[in-house]
Write a protein that binds this ligand. Structure first.
Ligand code: NDP
Ligand code: A1CAB
Length: 270
């Protein structure tokens, strides 16, 4: 994989999420000397990566900024950062519930902006990143930023920004829902009498193996589920519980809808 790295990468915030993105980029050969991280704690990030606690006087030519702090910090960050941004600066924002129009209003000099929604497994190169750019962003910038995201895992360009909170709910928040599922599977096994540590190991390995299998299979997960279920056997009885009144589907639809609604409220400043 040949990646066209930005001349300089300036990360505003480098916590759980941006930290995973940077870790993967460094693993894939990004020169740490091209990276500066701004974080209030000043904690070091990785060998060779410059960490600053205040904004520099200028940004190097050809800088790509990754906005990786919390969404509610955008006003303060933009006040300090926008004066440093010329037309050659590009912005990638991973801020949940923060539309491009909001960023455009705060960074008027910047032409190239991409809204990105990664998830935590990007650190392993097995993440999902949803991407959106409006018409002002150049084709070249879209290609370059798409190339930067590629080593993180699956990249999906979203045609309509109105769907961004929905895709955030599915794949951005998704790892948390899956972690809950693994935990619940283990605890359910424990409730049926399996020793806790054994149930935890078995639940995790079952999810890991099943996800790997589904990723490689030519059949859909729905077909694979039926393949586990022998007619008149145990799995069918269990699936009947999940499927009754579309129980699992309804639960997940409610879960994604609640996350989506929060994104919409955040976009309104709530
Ligand atoms: N966590 C996730 O799974 C996902 C998160 N996101 C988005 O990523 C963003 C960050 O979330 P997450 O990584 O979980 O949060 P974290 O709390 O882990 O990281 C926040 C980062 O912002 C830094 N920071 C705090 N205050 C400021 C400030 N005033 N100016 C600049 N930087 C600041 C922190 O600095 P320090 O390190 O010094 O404390 C830290 O590095 C959010 O916008 C979220 O919507 C998107 C997809 C998934
Ligand atoms: O919880 C959040 O708001 C962010 C968005 C996706 C994952 N974490």
């Amino acid at each position: 994989m040949t990646i066209c790295w930005p001349d300089h990468l300036f990360l505003v915030g480098c916590g759980n999420m941006a930290g995973q993105m940077l870790a993967r980029w460094l693993d894939c050969g990004l020169d740490p000397a091209r990276v500066t991280v701004l974080r209030p704690s000043g904690r070091s990030v990785a060998d060779g990566v410059a960490v600053v606690m205040t904004y520099p006087a200028t940004l190097p030519a050809g800088t790509t900024i990754l906005l990786g702090m919390k969404p509610y910090q955008i006003a303060d960050v933009a006040t300090a950062l926008a004066p440093l941004c010329g037309a050659d600066v590009r912005i990638v924002s991973i801020l949940a519930g923060t539309p491009i129009a909001d960023l455009r209003a705060r960074f008027p000099a910047v032409r190239d902006m991409v809204r990105a929604m990664p998830n935590l497994p990007v650190g392993l190169g097995e993440g999902v990143t949803a991407l959106f750019a409006d018409d002002r962003t150049s084709v070249q910038a879209k290609a370059d930023i798409g190339g930067l995201i590629e080593p993180l895992g699956l990249a999906e360009w979203i045609g309509d920004e109105a769907l961004f909170n929905q895709v955030t709910a599915l794949s951005g928040c998704g790892p948390a829902f899956l972690f809950r599922f693994i935990d619940a599977l283990a605890r359910a096994g424990e409730a049926l009498g399996i020793p806790a540590d054994q149930a935890a190991r078995m639940a995790l390995a079952t999810v890991q193996g099943s996800a790997s299998m589904a990723a490689r299979a030519s059949d859909s997960p729905g077909v694979l589920a039926d393949r586990v279920a022998s007619p008149g056997g145990m799995t069918r009885e269990g699936m009947n519980v999940l499927d009754a009144d579309d129980r699992l589907l309804a639960l997940l639809t409610d879960t994604l809808a609640a996350a989506r609604d929060r994104g919409e409220a955040m976009a309104r400043g709530a």
